[in-house]
Design a protein. Structure first.
Length: 386
């Protein structure tokens, strides 16, 4: 977990006479730690998402600061602070232009401000923020998984401004095309993208891992903000991790801490459905009949229903190398219109009708009747979640 540049540097103008001179659009960049660096060769050892201080002690040529800045951007530094003085008297316009273009916040502090005092303060702020978020995450997990006294957990949340009637939405994120990799291989990148977007909307952010998926708990978001988060997340994913098939399930935005364990499960169900249907994301509230099927505790009943309907047809297709299952699905998706099926599959109407009669003989259900169509359609819905 991290803290935004904006939050980390709060009150720093008053405390340290620190001034932001470029990169204003990067204030939501995330910072995980702080370093003082004077040798640009050391920059390559950074992990990314750090705030860097420099006094330019090794500044011995005209373009030194610009090259230093470019290297910081290459390793995904979050922001940097220049200690103006004998080594760097002013910031070149080229450096300012670069930081504005790359959304890299650039601050200055006067020579009399001690960098060691600022780094100690900033590291302390990061540590406190991390401790608070870990505490919140543990408490939310306890509520979700029914650990400890619920009332005590709620009172603990209220210490951090998360009240018993707060709105809470869970988002579950996973990857379906990992191959030989594991979710943990991409966990950090996915978490950083989600965290940066979330913290640009609200300071309070909670996340944790659960069975090869990342869980986000969005507290006091409006429905509009949740939709904006989802769209911005996939916009970033498409440019940074476009080779991954990432799927997301979004729970209802529910007030209060009661029954949030069930709300959490709804996010998981929506995510699984998104994987099965190969969708980027699905809202649980928009799952329709799938909500009823997921709520069925006895999955054996669902499997039995599937085996008695579409399962029979799928087995026949596999054994006889036919394609009746696809024809039936197209027929049902087009409201039982033989004409539309004929046009989509480029076959005669009589051929479609004969195939439907054959399907009836295989599964024992008449697809030409309303009740038969309903049962077969439910069979397809069950197939999607098994």
């Amino acid at each position: 977990m991290s803290v935004t540049v904006k939050k980390l540097c709060k009150n720093s103008e008053f405390l340290y006479n620190m001034k932001l001179i470029a990169g204003h659009n990067g204030l939501n960049n995330l910072v995980q730690w702080v370093h003082i660096i004077e040798d640009s060769d050391v920059i390559s050892f950074l992990h990314g998402n750090e705030l860097i201080f420099t006094a330019g002690v090794l500044n011995n040529k005209k373009d030194w600061l610009l090259n230093f800045t470019v290297k910081l951007k290459e390793v995904n530094a979050s922001a940097f602070v220049v200690n103006l003085g004998p080594h760097i008297k002013e910031i070149d316009e080229q450096v300012i232009d670069f930081c504005n273009k790359e959304n890299l916040p650039l601050f200055t502090i006067p020579w009399e401000t001690r960098m060691v005092d600022m780094t100690r303060d900033f590291c302390h702020r990061i540590f406190n923020d991390l401790q608070m978020e870990n505490d919140l995450t543990t408490t939310i997990k306890n509520i979700v998984f029914n650990v400890g006294d619920p009332e005590a957990q709620i009172m603990h949340l209220e210490r951090y401004g998360c009240h018993r009637d707060s709105m809470l939405c869970f988002i579950s994120i996973t990857v379906s095309n990992l191959g030989d990799a594991s979710f943990e291989d991409y966990e950090r990148e996915i978490k950083m993208i989600a965290e940066k977007i979330a913290k640009s909307m609200h300071e309070l952010y909670i996340s944790f891992l659960y069975r090869e998926s990342l869980i986000l708990a969005l507290v006091n978001y409006t429905d509009t903000e949740i939709e904006a988060f989802v769209k911005e997340f996939f916009k970033n994913i498409s440019s940074k991790l476009k080779h991954l098939n990432i799927h997301m399930g979004i729970s209802p935005n529910q007030p209060g801490m009661d029954n949030q364990n069930k709300n959490f499960e709804k996010a998981i169900s929506a995510m699984k459905m998104a994987c099965n249907l190969k969708e980027n994301y699905l809202y649980y509230d928009k799952l329709g009949i799938y909500k009823i099927l997921y709520a069925t505790n006895d999955k054996g009943v669902l499997r039995s229903f599937y085996n008695d309907t579409i399962g029979k047809l799928a087995a026949y297709d596999k054994q006889n190398k036919t394609n009746f299952t696809e024809l039936l699905r197209i027929y049902l998706e087009n409201n039982g219109s033989i004409q539309l099926v004929s046009e989509k599959l480029y076959v005669h109407r009589n051929t479609v009708l004969n195939h439907l009669k054959k399907i009836e003989s295989i599964v024992g259900i008449n697809p030409l009747e309303l009740e038969g169509r309903v049962n077969l359609y439910i069979g397809f819905y069950i197939k999607d979640i098994l």
